[in-house]
Write a protein that binds this ligand. Structure first.
Ligand code: ATP
Ligand code: MG
Length: 473
């Protein structure tokens, strides 16, 4: 196979080839870029490998591009990176790697292209395209990577036990690529993943979670989670999720398998939104079901309070997985806590005040909460599904009406705490706090509308009757 036609489609390849030739460096495109080119996936990262100094080549290329081209050099790794138009170009010198048992950082020596292809994780990531004059555009495929792309399989170039044991992050990468590309993992490779799973303990949690998040950001993450589960990896990195698996039966009454239900909710959520944190909320929405499970003779299985307990489990899970402990986490906590509320709402006739409360509590995440609820409908009974979805539409319709009326989204009473203090000449105190709560409740209950005038009148009235306060004129 030859790709010289493709290489004429963008100036960057000419620039790379000219500089390589001038410096006398044997140079290739390699890795993800070549793989994605063959798969016709768009790719904005170019990996370049040369036999010699990748840093030297990067500096020369930067000079050609223009005086203000920034080159980021990682001396320790012998790599360099620069940007050109939309491209992010990464340079590395071809190398040979050997590993210590207790570190995934290799001992590195200079090597040939073949050495460099040997150290790559998967056959489909070890493809190279020549930028050299004598074979410009030729594909170098020593491990039948093209064949594997056609067969849609993930396979290691060398003995998978060695590849995974050397750098166990590759275990996560295998599952991540399988999920992103919708490929199978070749059986011997998968067996080695299972055998070497304990090696993951030398990989930092940040790196593991980065891969996990890439799995979650695919269109169908359930596939990745099933691979993680069946290889035994999920038990190591995310035992709380594994605990959802299984069905118990007493007196002929069973509950659903909450693991597979959760995966389905996650896939459903992916159709509704690209938001990583909404997807995390889908993963965690039922996480406290094992902890709250009870059997009751009359009603069967219950999971009372799982939304509340689940929400309180989020921080611990995020901390262990080294996910951010910031507003993203708080959004996940909120969505888990509220995930039953819209369902509870549609059971009754929907009152304004109930909708108003939900809007107030979910705030800017109301839409995402509704997306999560829709994703949570996994019944196989089509009539039931249709009925639920229609009810949710009603809740949303109602929410729109209430919102237009009440100005609730960024819910703050228009008549503020400051206003209350001025009105009665008070300093911050318990009384002010209680007046604020009373005002908020009156708005949520629909007794008054959220305007300055009605807020003030209400506070004057309550201040007088409850606290004996007299408004300043
Ligand atoms: P993407 O950028 O979509 O994640 P990619 O294949 O480009 O996919 P990168 O992490 O950018 O992945 O790495 C670039 C290339 O470097 C890979 O294609 C692979 O050849 C090699 N590589 C990266 N990480 C490893 C690793 N842990 N072990 C072996 N080779 C690796
Ligand atoms: Mg890449």
């Amino acid at each position: 196979m030859n790709f010289s036609d493709h290489l004429h489609t963008d100036k960057i390849f000419d620039i790379l080839a000219e500089n390589a030739s001038r410096l006398g460096l044997e140079t290739y495109l390699v890795g993800g870029y070549v793989r994605d080119l063959l798969l016709k996936r768009s790719c904005k990262d170019i990996d370049v490998v040369c036999v010699g100094s990748g840093i030297e080549l990067a500096l020369a290329v930067a000079k050609t591009i223009g005086p203000d081209t920034n080159v980021t050099v990682f001396k320790n790794f012998g790599t360099a990176m620069l940007r050109y138009r939309d491209w992010e170009v990464e340079f590395v010198g071809a190398r040979k790697e050997s590993y210590n048992r207790d570190s995934r950082n290799p001992i590195v020596e200079n090597g040939t292209l073949q050495d460099d292809q040997n150290r790559r994780d998967f056959t489909i990531n070890a493809l190279a395209i020549s930028l050299n004059k004598n074979n410009y555009g030729d594909l170098v495929d020593p491990f039948e990577g093209v064949e594997d792309l056609k067969k849609k399989i993930i396979r290691t170039p060398l003995d998978p036990d060695i590849t995974f044991s050397d750098d166990p992050l590759r275990i996560m990468r295998a599952i991540r690529f399988a999920t992103q590309l919708n490929f199978d993992i070749e059986p011997k490779t998968f067996e080695a993943i299972t055998r070497n799973k304990e090696r993951l303990s030398i990989v930092s949690m940040e790196r593991i979670s980065t891969e996990l998040n890439k799995i979650i950001l695919t269109p169908r993450p359930s596939y990745g989670f099933k691979l993680l589960f069946h290889s035994g990896l999920l038990q190591l990195i995310f035992p709380e999720l594994c605990a959802l698996q299984g069905v118990e039966t007493i007196d002929n009454k069973s509950h659903k398998d909450n693991f597979y239900h959760t995966l389905q909710v996650l896939d459903n959520a992916c159709k509704e939104s690209d938001d990583l944190w909404l997807r995390w909320a889908a993963i965690l929405h039922d996480i406290a079901k094992p902890a709250t499970k009870r059997f009751n003779q009359k009603v069967g299985w219950t999971f009372h309070g799982h939304e509340d307990k689940g929400s309180r489990m989020v921080a611990g899970i995020f901390r262990r997985l080294k996910l951010p402990l910031n507003e993203h986490m708080r959004k996940v906590e909120k969505l888990v806590l509220l995930h039953l509320r819209p369902i509870a709402l549609v059971k009754e006739s929907v009152t304004d005040s109930a909708v108003r409360r939900l809007l107030f509590e979910s705030g800017e995440d109301f839409e995402d909460l509704m997306k999560l609820c829709r994703a949570d409908v996994t019944s196989k009974d089509n009539n039931k599904v249709a009925r639920f979805l229609k009810n949710f539409e009603q809740v949303e319709q109602k929410a729109k009406e209430v919102e237009e009326k009440d100005n609730l989204r960024t819910f703050q009473p228009v008549f503020t705490g400051e206003d209350i203090m001025k009105l009665f000449n008070l300093t911050p105190s318990k009384t002010v706090g209680e007046l604020k709560i009373a005002l908020r409740e009156a708005i949520l209950e629909g007794e008054i509308t959220n305007t300055y005038q009605e807020g003030m009148e209400y506070v004057i009235r309550i201040g007088q009757s409850k606290f004996g306060l007299v408004a300043k004129r």
